[in-house]
Design a protein around this ligand. Structure first.
Ligand code: FAD
Length: 464
């Protein structure tokens, strides 16, 4: 880095208030890590912009001084995305947390990037609306767009990329652009929404997002279905999808994870492979969907199925599923969590999960498997003692085996968590020549490589 910290601060306080610029050790430490096992690294300065104009001027300073910049939402990412390994400036978007406009008739909402998904859903409820993407953690919408987040509702509503109608983006040189419009469809120009969503802060900083929202369904029913084997459970899901039942959520939790859920949430679910499901719609349609699903489950040896229509019981059931990662963390104090994240074609899912379970048993580390099985995306959660290099090496080898298994079947190394630093080593194997196209795009938009450098792509490889 060419500029001293004093020089950076001197340039920033020309247009930012002093309390918007911090070199405080505790503030820097809070921005030195994410929720993963990856090593921390301190930023030199943390800034808290209030407007797109602030962000533009910050980018001007950084670009002129050639200082790295890392955008930061909530820091809930899982592959080291926000860790500033090259130090520099971290831009924390927590002061840009306004819901700017709810366009009820257009089913759109305009938000600043620091708005969290629970904050948004609380506001939308007043209008009978909701925002569909639910990554478990209470992430910011800026961070969720930057990682193309998804979660339990994706099987019905799609991923973050499907929800973004427009982004206001500040580029590396401070230019402010819009990537879309309010129109429901467009055949005009390159699909910049698609390019920027999932770019993990490497191509620009999002300062405003226009997102699709949905009407809250009239009725919702949740269910828990227990199976003798993972294969039975996954095959039941495939049959449900093939039958065209519009399921809203379907999650697989394996038996060791059910044991962890029971310990953490005080439930007494049978410790066998279990599907957590949700159906929504009008009363008549829902009844039909539920009956049809029951028949399909029985065909696949379902041993127990329990439906919950009552709001409290439904919430309890889904809280148990959503708290699974925290159940592992609380159950293994002092250890760090590694989460694998491959996604495979749904026809390969049952064997992929069985393969992962066998490999997990072989390394003998505490952990379990859960999956967004309707999408072919599953996670193995492993708890690692970071002071034991052998454990970390075993976990990394395991992760690699799962990734290579998925890539051999035309899947992806990350279904939703993103690349960050953890999945960078698989980019060439997954994308081949297309990785060079990504590197060229990065270089065209950020020639000084200041935006979240060395995440997703390594641009040093390029001949300038
Ligand atoms: C318990 C747990 C469960 C999780 N489950 C899921 C899951 O089911 N599905 C899923 O997808 N993820 C999941 N995650 C991961 C995480 O919640 C998501 O990656 C989330 O989208 C990150 O949002 P954030 O606000 O924390 O962003 P951060 O972690 O702060 O940042 C993530 C990335 O976005 C960039 N960024 C942040 N804000 C902006 C901006 N305004 N402009 C441009 N770039 C920006 C950062 O530079 C970084 O590269 C989980 C995490 C935890 C801890």
């Amino acid at each position: 880095m060419s500029a001293s910290i004093d020089k950076i601060v001197e340039n920033l306080i020309v247009f930012l208030d002093e309390d918007q610029v911090s070199v405080n050790q505790i503030v820097r430490e809070l921005h030195s890590k994410d929720e993963s096992y990856h090593d921390a690294s301190l930023p030199d300065v943390v800034v808290f912009p209030k407007t797109a104009a602030d962000v533009s001027k910050i980018m001007n300073v950084a670009n002129n001084l050639q200082v790295p910049v890392v955008p930061f939402g909530r820091g809930s990412s899982l592959e080291g995305h926000v860790i500033p390994y090259d130090n520099g400036i971290t831009i924390d978007f927590s002061l840009m947390d306004k819901i700017l406009e709810v366009r009820e008739k257009d089913l759109l909402v305009k938000v600043q990037p620091g708005v969290t998904r629970t904050q948004l859903n609380k506001e939308l409820k007043k209008y009978g609306l909701f925002f569909s993407v639910d990554p478990g953690a209470d992430a910011t919408l800026g961070g969720m767009a930057a990682t193309n987040a998804s979660g339990t509702t994706t099987v019905k509503y799609g991923v973050m990329r499907d929800q973004v109608r427009d982004l206001e983006v500040v580029l590396a040189d401070g230019t402010i652009i819009h990537t879309g419009s309010l129109a429901a469809k467009s055949a005009s120009g390159f699909h910049l929404n698609g390019l920027f969503v999932g770019s993990e802060g490497t191509l620009g900083c999002f300062t405003e997002l226009t997102l699709k929202v949905y009407g809250i369904p009239e009725f919702t029913t949740a269910a828990r279905a227990v199976f003798p084997t993972v294969k039975n459970a996954v095959e039941a899901v495939t049959s449900i999808l093939q039958a065209g039942i519009p399921i809203a959520r379907v999650e697989l939790v394996d038996e060791s994870s059910i044991r962890q859920v029971n310990k953490f949430s005080g439930t007494d679910y049978a410790d066998k492979p279990t599907l957590f499901l949700e159906f929504e719609g009008n009363e008549a349609g829902l009844k039909q969907d539920v009956e049809f699903t029951k028949e399909i489950m029985e065909d696949h040896n379902c041993e127990e199925i329990q439906f919950e229509t009552d709001n409290t019981a439904r919430t309890k059931l889904w809280d148990a599923r959503h708290n699974l990662a925290y159940a592992y963390i609380h159950g293994h104090v002092g250890k760090k969590m590694m989460v694998t994240d491959v996604c495979v074609p749904i026809s390969e899912l049952a064997n992929a999960v069985i393969f992962a379970r066998k490999e997990l048993d072989a390394i003998d580390l505490p952990g379990g498997i859960l999956g967004h099985v309707g999408d072919g995306n599953f996670h193995a959660l492993l708890m690692i003692d970071m002071s034991n290099p052998e454990e970390l090496a075993k976990a990394e080898t395991f992760n690699e085996k799962i990734v290579l298994y998925a890539l051999e079947r035309n899947g992806t190394c990350t279904g939703e968590h993103g690349v960050g630093v953890g999945k960078q080593k698989y980019q060439a194997a997954e994308h081949g020549e297309a990785l060079q196209v990504m590197e060229k795009i990065k270089l065209a938009l950020d020639p000084n490589n200041i935006l979240n450098p060395n995440k997703i792509v390594q641009i040093e490889k390029i001949d300038k």
